[in-house]
Design a protein around this ligand. Sequence first.
Ligand SMILES: [Mg+2]
Length: 362
Amino acid sequence: MTTAISLSAQAYRIPTDAPEGDGTLAWSATTIVVVWASVDGTTGLGYTYGPADIVPLIDELLAPCLSDVDPDDVRTAWLAMQRGLRNAGRPGLAGMALAAVDCALWDLKARRYGLPLFRLLGAARDSVPVYGSGGFTTYDADRQHAQLSRWVFEDGIPRVKIKIGESDGSREDRDIERIRAARRTIGTAELFVDANGGYSRKQAARVMRCVEDEDVRWFEEPVSSDDLEGLGQVRAAVRADVAAGEYGYDLVYFTRMVPYVDCLQIDVTRCGGITEFQRAAAVAAGAGLEVSAHCAPQQHLAVALATPNLRHDEWFHDHVRIESMLFDGVRAATGGELRADPSADGNGLTFKHDEAQRWRVA
Ligand SMILES: [Mg+2]
């Protein structure tokens, strides 16, 4: 006898602590949609970062798909939800809705069995390396220096990333100066950059040649992630590893991208949840690539621990801040490694309902 899974969802909008921007977008607040999946008094929790319009998608399109599904059969639930989304379009908001619910269902199952989620999934490692991610184009030199030096010298995180490609690639000189300033700040730590698709193909290669002495190791979205050939050309022209994949919503997307990158990025809050993250990581592994988890570090922790070909997890300033404001049980990245709490069931997170009320989207 199967007990029906009940879903509920709510959006919260949290202002940034300073204006944030990258090569192709600027923002002053971030919306998180939190999902609770319950059965017989046990509740699992998942979330995604996306518009509040994801909430009615979950209520109207996904909740009815779960009426006959055994809560242990998470992949059956996932298939039913994928089918239910067909006419709404799988990428975009519908994909984020699917991702948040899938994460909540895995968490629910782990809690029903009294297991940490990384144990239910089957850990492949005991810690996850992280890189500090921020260095927004909107920061001045002092703010960038303070953020990067805190990560490297106070938290012991040996790799950090800044945003470049400012104003759709029209501020090359400032990008180059900020890369040089970042290197002066962090000493021998690894330096990553992310252009968020702001450059053209040759421009991306030219900027990297200008900063050759700064030993940039990671060049994320040097050109638009839709320009797969361009990613491949930049990859051949620069020493840094070229990475992309944060806008991937399904396996076909990741399969197409794999030949053009050095490391595949996957976002569990967009790609269809833990279920699809694991399959996307397998697609990368089959091509001899590692994967990097994009944003939402606390929700990635369990699946990252269970991914053999994982390189690192993004310790994204905005989400690190929001997750510690909204959840108890968040893990620290001290020493540059995240570890799960083996004594906590599920993903180890508890939502702070009272504190979150002020950010609730009506
Ligand atoms: Mg990025």
